[in-house]
Ligand binder design. Sequence first.
Ligand code: COA
Length: 165
Amino acid sequence: MEDDLEVEEIREMVDNDLGFQQAPLMCYSRTKTLLFISNDKKVIGCLIAEHIQWGYRVIEEKVPEVSSENEKVIFERQKAWCCSTSPEPAICGISRIWVFSMMRRKKIASRMIECLRSNFIYGSYLSKEEIAFSDPTPDGKLFATQYCGTGQFLVYNFLNGQHQA
Ligand code: COA
């Protein structure tokens, strides 16, 4: 019971840190929460995943050609994302992914997703194509683009769209 309470508090803290209204989780008992614990026993990463059936592919907008790497990141951060309206089958939805700010860019989120892929369904390793990200933030989009190796990764749960998973 105590452990459940602590996980719930961590979930709340992650939602506050994400700083905007998050889509509510469909059914807590069907979610998996992974925590990344540092050597000094602090929670420095959290990933909440849920079962989904469909994802929608992000439509990539062309980055202006003469941009430097920095300008590209600024462009990516500022633009809203668009996605296709045709559903594609997916299995695992990443509802929340968060890493403590001082520990970012150390592959903690990547390691949490690797762990998720091998543990979400017993005995199978999920492909990147079977994973979708819930309404990604600018950081989430930059991360997912790099992790999936394409800007056309799957998304779901976009609050302003008609398709709530
Ligand atoms: N800007 C540009 N590229 C980024 C990035 C960022 N903010 N975050 C990740 N990437 C890319 C990089 O290419 C990175 O590799 P590199 O550091 O060797 O260049 C690669 O993704 C892997 O990143 P990783 O170190 O595994 O990610 P992380 O542990 O820093 O965690 C987030 C990424 C998104 C979870 C983290 O930034 C975060 O918690 N942000 C606040 C919460 C949030 O917005 N969550 C997303 C919800 S969809």
